[in-house]
Write a protein that binds this ligand. Structure first.
Ligand code: COI
Length: 354
C-alpha cells in the first residue's frame, strides 16, 4: 500500500490491459485497472482511496436506487505523440458536478478529491489511454446517495467514484434524428441542466420508440409548446441556418456542455456569425425545405461533433446537405479535436497535462 498526500492507493495485482482489443472498443464496456472511491459521512469527506476496479457492495435499501440521488460527469483523456496525457477543461466538469450536486441536495465534491483523484488514476492507468485515431480514455466521475433508508429525504451519506474506460467513438456514423414533440425531457425549473442519472433513464422510452422506426436519437423540444429545440440528451444541438451558427441559449432545461462552450468560442474566434437564441422547429423545417439549413450537428464529450444527415419531424423526413460540404462543423470540430489531442497550439490553456 502506498500513501500519497490524501489518496490511499492499492495497485492491482493483475492488470487486464493485455486482454483489451484497442482496435475494437465499444463505448463504455471496458474498464481500466483502477477506480477511485471516496465516502461522505458525518457531514464530511473521508480520505479517498484508489483500488483495483471491481464490484461494490450496497444495501438493497440504498437511497440512490429508490429515489435517484445520482449524478455524473464525462471527460476524455488523450495521449499525444510524446506520451503525455491531456484532459480537456476538467475544471468545468468539477464545477458542473457541484452544480448538479446542489440541485439534487447532495454534498459538493472538494476540488482536491476530484482533480487529484483524476491525476492519480491517470498516473496509474496511463497505458490505458488509447492512441488509435478516434479513441480516448473516457473518465466517468459519479456521486450517489448511500443511506440504507426508504424515507424520502436527502441521504446523509454519499459515495463519490471515478472509473475510466477506453472508448471508441460514441456515434460511429452520421445520425438520423427526430424532433420530438410528444414526450418531454425537461421542463423549466426542473433538473434538465444537471447531469442527473434520472434524466437519462426518463429519455429511454421515447428514444426506444423512435429507434424502432430506424431513428437514432431525439432532439427534445421545450416542455410547454414543443416549438423550440432544446438538446439531444447525449449532446447539445447546433444548427447552421443562412450562414449563422445557432444553438439554444442555456436555461434550466439544457445541460451546459463543455464542448458546446468550447465550440462556440472557437467559432466566434474564427469569425463566424454565432447566436445563442431560441431556435424554432418551424425555422429549421422551413430551412430543410428551402435549402437554408446548411448544417445540423450535435456536440458533446462522448459524441464529439456528431453530424445529422437525416431529420424527421412529424410524418416527414428530410435528407440534409452532404457532410463534406459542411464548413463550420467540419472546420471547428476538427480544430477542437486537434486541440484535445495536443496536435495544435492550445491558445486558451484548455488542456491540462497529466
Ligand atoms: C458525455 O458526453 O460525457 C455524456 O455524458 C453523454 C452520454 C455518454 C451520457
Amino acid at each position: 500500500m502506498i500513501e500519497t498526500a490524501n489518496i490511499k492507493i492499492t495497485r492491482t495485482q493483475q492488470s487486464r490491459l493485455s486482454e483489451v482489443d484497442f482496435d475494437n472498443l465499444p463505448f463504455g464496456a471496458v474498464f481500466s485497472d483502477h477506480m477511485l472511491v471516496a465516502h461522505y459521512r458525518n457531514k464530511q469527506w473521508e480520505q479517498a482511496s484508489i483500488k483495483p476496479y471491481g464490484n461494490i457492495s450496497l444495501s438493497p435499501a440504498t437511497s440512490m436506487i429508490h429515489y435517484g440521488q445520482s449524478i455524473f460527469e464525462g471527460m476524455k483523456a488523450f495521449r499525444n505523440s510524446n506520451g503525455e496525457v491531456m484532459i480537456f477543461r476538467p475544471e468545468m466538469n468539477w464545477e458542473r458536478i457541484n452544480k448538479s450536486a446542489e440541485r439534487m441536495c447532495m454534498p459538493t465534491i472538494p476540488r482536491e478529491i476530484f482533480m487529484d483523484g483524476i491525476r492519480q488514476l491517470i498516473d496509474l492507468d496511463r497505458n490505458w489511454v488509447p492512441t488509435n485515431e478516434g479513441s480516448s480514455l473516457y473518465i466517468r466521475p459519479f456521486l450517489f446517495g448511500t443511506d440504507p433508508m426508504l424515507g424520502v429525504r436527502p441521504s446523509d451519506t454519499y459515495t463519490f467514484m471515478i472509473i475510466t474506460s477506453p472508448v471508441g467513438p460514441y456515434y460511429s456514423k452520421p445520425l438520423h434524428l427526430k424532433i420530438e414533440t410528444e414526450f418531454t425531457r425537461a421542463a423549466l425549473g426542473g433538473v434538465g441542466f444537471a447531469k442527473a442519472a434520472g434524466n437519462y433513464g426518463a429519455a429511454m422510452f421515447p428514444a426506444k420508440k423512435a429507434q424502432e422506426q430506424g431513428i437514432d436519437q431525439l432532439i427534445w423540444t421545450d416542455a410547454k409548446e414543443h416549438k423550440y429545440l432544446e438538446e439531444a440528451g447525449t449532446m447539445n444541438m447546433m444548427v447552421v441556418l443562412d450562414n449563422t451558427l445557432l444553438t439554444p441559449p442555456l436555461k434550466s432545461t439544457i445541460l451546459p456542455g463543455v464542448t458546446r462552450d468550447s465550440f462556440l468560442t472557437l467559432a466566434r474566434e474564427a469569425g463566424y456569425q454565432v447566436e445563442e437564441r431560441p431556435i424554432s422547429t418551424d425555422e429549421v423545417i422551413e430551412g430543410a425545405r428551402n435549402g437554408k439549413l446548411q448544417e445540423l450537428f450535435g456536440v458533446g464529450t462522448a459524441a464529439t461533433t456528431a453530424q445529422v444527415i437525416r431529420l424527421t419531424f412529424g410524418e416527414e423526413t428530410f435528407e440534409l446537405p452532404a457532410i463534406e460540404g459542411r464548413e463550420i462543423s467540419n472546420k471547428i470540430g476538427k480544430k477542437l479535436l486537434d486541440i484535445k489531442k495536443g496536435e495544435i497550439t492550445d491558445d486558451h490553456g484548455w488542456n491540462i497535462r497529466f
